[in-house]
Design a protein around this ligand. Structure first.
Ligand SMILES: [Zn+2]
Length: 269
């Protein structure tokens, strides 16, 4: 069994990411809608490569584009939780956070018949209650934090961090963390946002292969997690880059797992 694996994860935000920022006029909505076009392209590419992937889907995407979400599930990909309205829980009351979580679980269950085991927070931030709430709702793993680049770890609860004071770290919980990073995310490289983005695809390809190569050269085991947004990666030259990335990783002997399978393997080590 390979000790290194790759998780391809997709945050299927569609319009929700713009709507959560109050951008509800036709152009930002269409910007997100392109994700539905791209999702079909991506499913075809993953079918050709015979790869399992994990899609973190906001409840509002599931309830708006149920058919394509059902296609994702039918193709054997994992569907994880990504909030309901794509609003970060960091500033939410405990009650609102639980409400968003439960509405998202119901939306996933309506489409897939299965409750999610994984959570990735919208905008990649958590509240001080999130870990405990996720455990209470039956989640096995979170994928929103950045405490390592390759090794899953147990998420802590009870941290007390105040600016200007020594932090007091809490205890590891039963919830696994599958860490992510902005550098292995397509959005900041490619999406034109707040004056940046639109990077050259070959440069990002070199970065992403470098991250995989470092893991296999210097670590005995690890998980390389890439994050893709369909409306970002789905543009022509980026789809060509993604196809090349998958070929290059396969040539290196990479094993592809869903996030749930990677975490389960890690938990069993
Ligand atoms: Zn998102």
């Amino acid at each position: 069994m390979a000790k290194h694996c790759v998780c391809l994860t997709l945050d299927f935000d569609t319009f929700s990411v713009w709507s959560a920022m109050g951008q509800n006029s036709p152009t930002p909505i269409s910007r997100g809608e392109f994700g539905v076009v791209a999702a079909a392209r991506l499913l075809k590419l993953f079918d050709v490569h015979a790869l399992p992937t994990t899609w973190f889907v906001p409840g509002i995407t599931l309830d708006t584009y149920s058919a394509v979400c059902a296609d994702i599930h039918a193709a054997g990909h994992e569907i994880g939780h990504h909030g309901y309205d794509h609003i970060s829980p960091a500033g939410m009351s405990r009650g609102d956070e639980i409400d968003q979580l439960r509405r998202g679980i119901e939306a996933i269950t309506r489409v897939s018949g299965m409750e999610p085991r994984g959570y990735r927070s919208p905008a990649w931030d958590l509240s001080e209650n999130s870990i405990e709430i996720l455990l209470g709702e039956g989640f096995v793993y979170d994928s929103s934090m950045m405490g390592h680049d390759y090794l899953p770890y147990r998420a802590r609860t009870g941290d007390r961090v105040v600016s200007g004071q020594l932090p007091k770290f809490g205890e590891p919980s039963a919830l696994w963390e599958l860490p992510i990073s902005w550098s292995a995310d397509d959005f900041p490289h490619f999406e034109y946002f707040r004056g940046s983005g639109l990077a050259r695809a070959d440069d990002v390809l070199a970065n992403w292969l470098g991250d995989y190569d470092y893991m296999t050269k210097y670590l005995e085991s690890g998980v390389m997690t890439y994050t893709l947004h369909p409306f970002v990666i789905g543009r022509g030259h980026r789809m060509i880059m993604l196809d090349r990335l998958l070929h290059e990783l396969k040539d290196r002997g990479a094993e592809f797992l869903t996030a749930e399978a990677a975490v389960a393997r890690w938990a069993a080590l």
